[in-house]
Design a protein around this ligand. Structure first.
Ligand code: GDG
Length: 764
């Protein structure tokens, strides 16, 4: 940094000095010219007045008069002397000591008399620089009768120029000092300081200590560097955490699933096969903001689970390109390499028209299949036009996949969710050698419920194109097999959980999805304890409370948000001592608001919160805080850590990840989970307080039980739940699913190709 400072200072000084010198030189020249012109003019004026009188004395041969005249003028400022000469240039009267007999000067006089005109010049008189004016003298008849010389000493001009140059050099010296000081300050403020702070940050990252990221202003010109370092540090931290976890597990003789282990597992299972994932939602969305393109990762457990697999085997993810800058970031084949900071796999985007999105996504999938599969007492809406769009979009994704798979010998395809029920069959018909699985993230209803769907046969047939169908829990598998048994001509093998139809065998197995479990960081290593986090959250919200409850959901009518609010109301009614003390915070991310039922539900939730608040509210305390916006993952985690109790009261839910996220976030082994028995999570998290959300009073009682729970019981329950989530985390889910799919043999003989349900996933 010292060398850089010196280089900067020297370069600036040389540059500024050169510019200063050049401009001063012009200034000095101008000043010199002005002084010379001034002297010229002064000499002319003096010469004129001298000549008038000298001509009279010369005409009358008055030598004494001439001498008087010369003497009278001789003491003028800067005047070196005067000389009066006859026509033959003979000196008549000359200021004593002035030697005008030098050749240059006599020549001037001669020329002036000969040409009858004034002549002036700057010349030397021995060692002196002088200005000489030679002028003719006229007789009464206007004939030239002589001449005069007026000689000025020009030394004062040099003195003046010297003074100007001295001032210039002083000015340059001051400039040099100021420039050096400013450069040193800038280097210190903008370079040395920020670089030192960023270096401290990087050292902390490298050594795994608590690292406070420097202010954004510090990054300024270091921003490109920071952009590269941040993900690097994150991967390092992850790797370090994984190593710590693995070392701990080795000691305890356990083995936990990590992203690295999953990647390794998938590489082994796939061998040379290529992996293709299909989902409606894409993992990276490009959007245009303020003339630049930004990329966001939707908050979804799916990206966490699927990304390491795709990275490990350089796979392809096919999804709907929904960002407004998506089209401008792909290549000619609609592909883009992701993750943006370290491209490892291909995202292939599929474009949908507004009508297609409306019909396929909002219509058939979310107004039809979603309420059909959830027992939440919302009437499914089936429109023929929506069905057509659903069919067309499935076909469109099939076409895109076929293009991507072209030439692959053993492709493995993992399809996500109820948006693509027809895709497995469409694929298999054109690519029988592909290994295809679909994971259904929502519940599967009873056959009686499913039967109301006008396209029940097509949906089932489409799904049975897959080699493997995954659900969260065994009861959804059972419902599915019962539905197939009742509606389609096929053979259901209850022993091996498979269906044979048209000579094709499909395994139907449970794979309970989960969350990432970031490890057991001691509370001391966290920035804030849960108590501090709680105080911070309350201060930010501007409310007062002693106990906090939290709920995190999309504002969806299946999540039991109204019932939850009513349970809070019932609790406060039955336990008035908690009024002014217990506040329930509901994070409600807006969702599918273009659908009428969702828009209505949103208003119902707001109205219910307002009603209960109006009833109990006191001073700065409120029973319910409804935060109706999308929060980022870190914000959600803060609320989990701050809350004494987390409420998951879904009326029906495939799994419900919030329950597992709450458990994973409680490193302090505190907090109580209240969990609806109608969630998939309730089959695993037995240590939650399990409730029937329709029984509002009992759910209110569960809140009381949670708040009064003894710390040792709370710790015991939380420890057991954490063990379960840690063991069955998201990587375990992805590993089981891919493992089961790769284990299937594609021969049509059920006895040789079936997967062992107990080997590939936990019995649910
Ligand atoms: C389906 C099935 C199954 C919510 N609000 C915000 C936010 N969230 C996050 C939660 C959680 C996720 O959304 C919701 O998880 P769910 O499990 O409740 O999922 P659904 O959206 O209903 O999805 C469900 C799931 O698929 C997986 O298979 O479990 O049964 O219905 O992760 O934290 N996240 C952020 N901000 C919010 O405001 N960042």
């Amino acid at each position: 940094m010292r060398i850089l400072s010196w280089r900067l200072i020297v370069a600036l000084i040389i540059g500024v000095s050169l510019v200063s010198l050049a401009s001063s030189w012009y200034e000095v020249q101008a000043q010199k010219d002005a002084l010379r012109r001034d002297l010229d003019h002064k000499a002319e004026t003096l010469g004129e007045s001298l000549a008038g009188t000298a001509e009279l004395y010369l005409a009358t041969q008055d030598h004494a008069g001439l001498e008087q005249l010369v003497e009278h003028f001789s003491n003028r400022e800067h005047l070196a002397g005067i000389g009066v000469y006859g026509r033959d240039q003979s000196a008549l009267v000359v200021t004593p000591g002035l030697n005008t007999s030098l050749p240059g000067i006599t020549q001037l006089l001669k020329d002036s008399i000969r040409d009858n005109r004034n002549i002036s010049a700057f010349t030397r008189l021995r060692f002196k620089r002088v200005h000489v004016l030679a002028a003719p003298l006229h007789g009464t008849d206007k004939t030239v009768i002589g001449g005069i010389l007026v000689v000025h000493d020009t030394g004062y001009i040099r003195t003046e120029i010297f003074r100007i140059w001295s001032r210039v050099f002083v000015r340059i010296a001051i400039q040099v000092l100021v420039i050096a000081a400013i450069t040193l300050l800038i280097v210190r403020w903008s370079l040395t300081g920020p670089v030192a702070r960023v270096a401290v940050w990087m050292r902390a990252l490298r050594t795994g200590q608590h690292a406070v990221r420097p202010a954004a202003t510090d990054f300024d010109f270091l921003f490109p560097l920071a952009r590269e370092v941040a993900p690097l540090a994150e991967s390092m931290q992850r790797a370090r955490a994984a190593a710590v976890v693995e070392a701990g597990l080795r000691n305890a003789n356990e083995s936990q699933w990590t992203a690295e282990r999953l990647a390794d597992h998938v590489r082994n299972r796939l061998g040379g096969s290529s992996l293709f994932v299909v989902s409606n939602r894409e993992p990276y969305i490009h959007s245009r903001r303020d003339n630049s393109v930004t990329v966001t990762v939707p908050a979804s457990g799916l990206v966490t689970a699927i990304e390491p697999i795709l990275c490990a085997c350089n796979g392809t993810w096919v999804a709907h390109g929904s960002g407004d800058a998506d089209a401008e970031t792909v290549d000619a084949h609609d592909r883009i390499k992701v993750p943006p900071e370290e491209p490892r796999y291909t995202l292939r985007r599929v474009w949908l028209s507004r009508e297609q999105e409306e019909g396929y996504y909002y219509g058939f999938a979310n107004e039809g299949l979603w309420p059909l599969c959830h027992i939440a007492h919302a009437r499914p809406i089936f429109r023929a036009s929506d069905w057509e769009h659903y069919y067309d979009v499935n076909q469109k994704f099939a076409d895109a996949l076929i293009q991507e798979i072209a030439g692959q010998e053993n492709p493995v395809v993992l399809i996500q969710d109820y948006h693509f029920a027809l895709l497995p069959r469409m694929l298999k018909e054109r690519l029988p050698h592909a290994r295809v699985a679909i994971f259904w993230h929502i519940p599967w209803p009873t056959p009686e419920s499913f039967e109301i769907c006008p396209w029940q046969r097509e949906l089932l047939d489409g799904l049975l194109g897959a080699d493997l169908i995954g659900f969260h829990v065994r009861s959804h598998c059972n419902n599915f097999l019962n539905t197939v048994d009742r509606i389609l001509e096929s053979r259901v093998d209850w022993e091996h959980f498979s269906v044979k139809r048209k000579d094709h065998l499909t395994s139907v197995l449970p794979f309970p999805i989960s969350v990432e479990f970031s490890g057991d960081l001691p509370e001391a290593d966290r920035e804030l304890t849960s108590g501090e986090e709680r105080s911070a959250v309350l201060a930010e919200l501007g409310i007062e409370a002693t106990f906090l409850g939290v709920g995190v959901d999309r504002v969806d009518y299946t999540k039991g948000i109204l019932e939850r609010f009513q349970a809070v109301e019932s609790f406060l009614e039955r336990y008035p001592s908690y009024q002014s003390k217990f506040t329930f915070i509901q994070i409600g991310a807006p969702t599918r608001s273009r659908i009428k039922r969702y828009a209505e539900f949103q208003s119902e939730v707001e109205a219910e919160a307002n009603r209960i608040n109006a009833r109990f509210k006191r001073g700065r305390w409120r029973p319910i805080v409804f935060l109706n916006r999308q929060h980022d993952r870190h914000e959600v985690e803060r609320y989990y850590r701050a809350a004494h109790v987390c409420m998951v009261t879904s009326l029906h839910d495939g799994m419900n990840l919030v329950a597992k996220e709450y458990v994973a976030a409680r490193h302090d082994e505190r907090g109580v989970l209240i969990l609806s028995r109608f969630t998939g999570a309730a089959r695993e998290l037995h240590d939650a307080i399990i409730v029937n959300p329709y029984d509002v009073m009992a759910t209110g009682e569960a809140i009381a039980q949670a708040l009064k729970m003894d710390v040792s019981e709370m710790g015991e329950r939380m420890r057991r739940m954490r063990r379960s989530v840690k063991e069955h985390n998201i990587y375990w889910w992805a590993g089981s699913l891919i493992g089961a799919l790769c284990e299937l043999r594609l021969e049509q003989n059920p006895d040789t190709r079936r997967a062992d349900p107990d080997r590939v996933s936990a019995e649910m």
